[in-house]
Each structure stands twice: as structure tokens, then as C-alpha cells.
Ligand binder design. Structure first.
Ligand code: TEU
Ligand code: CA
Length: 550
């Protein structure tokens, strides 16, 4: 299987990237217009979240037709042009395959509803009484995971929204349909795939109530998931393409299997444990200060564990489901620049393939919405109601949403000083963030000290220094909760990276021996100070990377 250790992927949320026709919605022509910017950043692939026809209940993760383009985004010709223009610039396109479920508007589901047995077997239908769902499982977006269809006297499973019906992967005909989708896009020239919640595709043989949780333990990394993936990859010939699986609540053991090249499943995995260290008791909708020790522990487990098992991590802080990382683990005000750069360095220099989510490279922040009317996300709107029903005040509920909503990451890309930060000439489909005039690409492009320039440096460094792409990793400074630090080694090459996760000063052990040179720092005047006693002082959110024999 191919090696993607030197590659960097840029994630585009098309709806919010660049509007080209003034309808307030980003589109494919808009992306084409920004390809030179992306080439300049140095990224190798663009992952586009779904652009297929969809009722947009979940912004395209409710697919109604896998092999066409939603007119809102453009045409098939636009996709072809994007592929061709990307290729000219050495940039490949990755498409997002939402294969765990379809929209209930998909023709398969419509035929199932109309009574066609063949298509009923494409989904997880179960006979039952209207007051007796097959299990007590809870949807990831709140409420029951089953919906009753009175005309059929059957329930269907939806792990996500009620309009996202889970597919039945046990049915070989379903697997064949999905392979056809891959073949179709591969033929068009798509160079890689991201598979949405792909570790949830294999459901249990017998459905039972979960008296301990929401049901996930019965279908996460399910019994046939590895088999199904191997078959999909083999039968579509994508083993050498770049592929990433989104793994929901997964385990290290399974991710090793998903991404170990010998297994011929996927090139790499997204896992999310490191993005739950500020969930109180594991609850997304309960706020808590981030637990830095837990964060360090998780990186140790996943970095060293994946290495030991020959697995490969996708490295990321941000995506379209997550709040902005500088708002979450950094400092939006005093140390905005320093903390955004530190957070970037902390993951880009690890072992794995880094992902940059649109706007992250300029340090975009959460939008700080103050009313429910601003939100668009189905999950946020559901939880607004659920949290209020639980008796929380409106103020508290809005505070939780402002910190946790998926819309935090979905505000339009901030390009320049024009109206709507150059995203669109009309009112955007979702309100701009409150720092859309201050934080723009335009302001950072020519500035050597900008966050954007720092990201460019990180992308370039990965291609320059093999120790970053291919070196081994060992976490260091285990006792110091304030610092995320690790050592990378490749033959005699060494790189040590320290990241101060806090807004205070802290000390770390200086490296032993001689020959160390500063590879990267996020303070303009060079590097942290060394002490005579072999300690090194780190300033607020400081990153220092020292290397030798590089
Ligand atoms: O997300 C899967 C997923 O479980 C989440 O990240 C989800 O947003 C979170 O659990 C909610 O708290 C993927 C997509 O990235 C997301 O946008 C889709 O909504 C979801 O699958 C369903 O297709
Ligand atoms: Ca548009």
C-alpha cells in the first residue's frame, strides 16, 4: 500500500468556502477560484464534504443520490474542471462517502416505503408495534434511534437524524451498489476517499436493549466491519489510493487493523478521543475545562500504540463537526497567534498525516452566536430543545451551544475585507463569525509572522525532513501536565518538540548532548531560554522544536 506520510490534506466544507454566484452558498466554481491559494499553502489533497444531491437536513451527510452533483454546488462539468485544475497544481481530490446511511429521500428508501421488499432489505427494518421500538438505542443527534412507519408496520434504524436511514451492509446487493459508487468517482478522477462513520456499518445479528449506554457498544467496530472494508477496497481497486475512515468511539486495536497496510483496509483513521477531554463525564453537552493530563495520555496511547501496531493516524484538531481549536484549547485574545501556532505545530510534527480544516490556517475562531436563530445544525437545534427540557436556563443552554455546536466550525471562510469577508456578495446561509473582519487570509498572506505563514512552514517542513514524515515517536515529559512533548527519531536524526499548552510559563528538561539546532518556534525572537541547570523555560503557548543530524 502507498505511503502518505509526506502528504497534507486540506478539508473543504463547500457550503462555507467560497460562493461564486452570489446566492450565499459556497460552490464548486468558488473552490476552483481558490486553488492557487491552496497550492501556495502547499497541500496535496482536498477533502470535500459531500456535494451530492441531498435535502440538506444534515448538510449533505443525508445523501439522496451518490453519483450526481447537487445543483446548489454546480454541475458534473464543474467537478471535472475542479479535478483537472487541481491536477495541474498537483492537488488531488478526495470525496466523502457516506455509506452508513442514506437520506430517506434516496430512491432506495422511497422504494422501500412503497413496499418493495428488495429495497426494504437495503435498510434495517424490523417488524413491530408502534409503541415498542426494537431497542432502546439513542440517536447520535438526540432522541430514539428508531422510527416507525405505520404503512409498513415496521421500524427503521437511524443512528443519526430520522431522515438518515441506516443501510443494511449484511445484504450483498447493498455492498455492490456502494462499490459502484466508488468505481464511478474513481473513473471520474477522484484520487481518494473519506468514509463517513465507517466503523458503524456492521450491525449485530440480534438487536438488544442497552441498559448501560446508548447502544453504541453493539454496533461500533461491529462483527463484520473489517471483512466489509476489505471487500470494498479489493473489489474497487482502491488499496493504493488515499483513504481515511472516520471512526466513531473506536478502539486502538480496531484502528490498528483498519490502517495497518498489511490488512489492505484503509490508509488511515480519524479517531476522536482527544477531542473529548473537555466533555464532563464524557458528555458533549456538559462543559468542563480541558483535562491536559488526559489529552497527553491519549496522544501517548494513540501515537505510540498505532506505531507499535503499524497503524497510521490522521492528525487533526478541527473539522466541520468541531469547535475551532484556538477557541477551545488556545487563547482567542492575548495569545491568539501564539496559541494557534502552538496547536498547529503540536499535531503537524507528530506521526501521521495532518489535516487542515478551512480557516484553521488563519486561526479562525468560534462565532460566539448569542441566539438560537443563528444556528443551522440539526444536532445543535435538537440539543437546544433537549437541554431546555432538562431544565437548563436559556442563558446556560446558549453558552453550551456557543462552546460545543458543530456550527462553530461551519461559519464562512474569511478571505478579505469585503462584505461577508469576501465569502459571498449576498447574505451567507449561516451568519459570519464575530471576528470576520479581523481574521482574514488577506491580512496574513504577506506577513511572515502570521498564522498562515506558520502553517505553510509546517507543510513544507514535513516534506523537507524525513524524521517528521517517517520518524518513530516517543512521548516525553510525562509528568508535566502543561506540556505536550515528544521525540521523533529516524536513524541518527532526532527532533524534539515541546508545546506549552498553557497561558503561563513552564519548564522542561533541556535535551542532552550537543548539536541541537532550532527547527521551529512560534515566538518571533527565536527560542525558549535554557538554564544552567539543564532546564528550559517555555513562555505562554510556546512551541520549540530542536533537531540534530537533520
Ligand atoms: O460525523 C460522525 C459523528 O458521529 C460526529 O462527529 C457527530 O457530529 C457527533 O457525534 C455529534 O456529537 C459524521 C459527519 O462528519 C457528520 O457531519 C455527520 O453529521 C455524521 O457523520 C452523519 O453522517
Ligand atoms: Ca453559490
Amino acid at each position: 500500500m502507498a505511503d502518505f506520510s509526506e502528504k497534507v490534506i486540506y478539508q473543504i466544507y463547500p457550503k462555507s468556502f467560497q460562493d461564486s454566484n452570489g446566492d450565499g452558498i459556497g460552490d464548486l466554481k468558488g473552490i476552483i477560484r481558490r486553488l492557487d491559494y491552496l497550492k501556495d499553502l502547499g497541500v496535496d489533497y482536498l477533502w470535500l464534504t459531500p456535494i451530492f444531491p441531498s435535502p440538506q437536513r444534515d448538510n449533505g451527510y443525508d445523501v439522496a443520490d451518490y453519483c450526481s452533483v447537487n445543483p446548489m454546488y454546480g454541475t458534473m462539468e464543474d467537478v471535472e474542471e475542479l479535478i483537472a485544475e487541481g491536477r495541474k497544481r498537483g492537488i488531488g481530490l478526495m470525496f466523502d462517502m457516506v455509506f452508513n446511511h442514506t437520506s430517506t429521500e434516496h430512491v432506495w428508501f422511497q422504494k422501500a416505503l412503497a413496499g418493495e421488499k428488495k429495497y426494504q432489505d437495503y435498510y434495517m427494518f424490523r417488524d413491530g408495534e408502534p409503541d415498542q421500538p426494537p431497542t432502546n438505542w439513542v440517536s447520535k443527534f438526540g432522541g430514539p434511534a428508531w422510527e416507525y412507519v405505520p404503512s409498513l408496520k415496521k421500524w427503521y434504524l437511524h443512528l443519526f437524524d430520522v431522515t438518515q436511514a441506516d443501510l443494511n451492509w449484511e445484504n450483498p446487493a447493498v455492498r455492490e451498489e456502494l462499490k459502484q459508487v466508488i468505481r464511478f468517482w474513481k473513473e471520474k478522477g477522484i484520487q481518494g476517499f473519506r468514509f463517513d462513520v465507517v466503523n458503524l456499518i456492521s450491525k449485530p445479528e440480534v438487536f438488544e436493549n442497552d441498559y448501560e449506554g446508548d447502544g453504541r457498544r453493539f454496533y461500533t467496530d461491529g462483527r463484520h466491519v473489517h471483512e466489509f472494508l476489505k471487500e470494498l477496497v479489493a473489489d474497487t481497486g482502491i488499496a493504493d489510493m488515499i483513504t481515511v475512515g472516520e471512526m466513531s468511539s473506536t478502539s486502538l486495536e480496531n484502528c490498528v487493523r483498519y490502517s495497518n497496510p498489511a490488512e489492505k483496509e484503509l490508509s488511515m483513521c480519524f479517531s476522536f478521543h482527544h477531542l473529548k477531554v473537555d466533555y464532563k463525564d464524557g458528555q458533549k453537552w456538559e462543559l468542563m475545562e480541558p483535562d491536559r493530563m488526559a489529552l497527553k495520555g491519549l496522544f501517548k496511547t494513540w501515537q505510540e500504540g498505532m506505531q507499535a501496531g503499524h497503524g497510521w493516524n490522521a492528525l487533526f484538531w478541527c473539522n466541520h463537526d468541531q469547535p475551532r481549536i484556538v477557541s477551545r484549547l488556545g487563547d482567542e485574545k492575548t495569545y491568539w497567534k501564539e496559541s494557534a501556532k502552538m496547536l498547529a505545530a503540536s499535531i503537524h510534527l507528530m506521526r501521521g498525516t495532518p489535516y487542515i480544516y478551512q480557516g484553521e490556517e488563519i486561526g479562525m475562531q468560534n462565532p460566539h452566536y448569542q441566539s438560537i436563530e443563528k444556528y443551522r445544525d440539526v444536532e445543535s437545534i435538537n440539543y437546544y430543545r433537549i437541554l431546555m427540557e432538562q431544565g437548563k436556563s436559556q442563558e446556560e443552554t446558549l453558552e453550551i451551544l456557543a462552546a460545543r455546536s458543530r456550527d462553530d466550525g461551519r461559519t464562512p471562510m474569511q478571505w478579505d475585507g469585503q462584505a461577508n469577508a469576501g465569502f459571498s456578495q449576498s447574505e451567507p446561509w449561516i451568519p459570519m463569525g464575530d471576528t470576520s473582519q479581523e481574521i482574514t487570509v488577506e491580512k496574513q498572506l504577506g506577513d511572515e509572522t502570521s498564522i498562515l505563514s506558520f502553517y505553510k512552514k509546517l507543510v513544507a517542513l514535513r516534506k523537507e525532513l524525513p524524521v517528521i514524515a517517517r520518524g518513530d515517536i516517543a512521548m516525553i515529559e510525562a509528568e508535566n501536565a502543561d506540556v505536550l512533548a515528544y521525540r521523533r527519531t529516524l536513524d541518527d536524526q532526532e527532533l524534539i518538540v515541546w508545546n506549552n499548552l498553557t497561558g503561563g510559563e513552564t519548564e522542561v528538561g533541556a535535551p542532552e548532548g550537543t548539536g541541537w539546532k532550532l527547527v521551529l518556534g512560534n515566538y518571533e525572537d527565536g527560542q525558549a531560554e535554557g538554564n544552567a541547570d539543564g532546564r528550559m523555560r517555555l513562555r505562554p503557548y510556546e512551541t520549540v522544536a530542536l533537531g540534530r543530524n537533520l
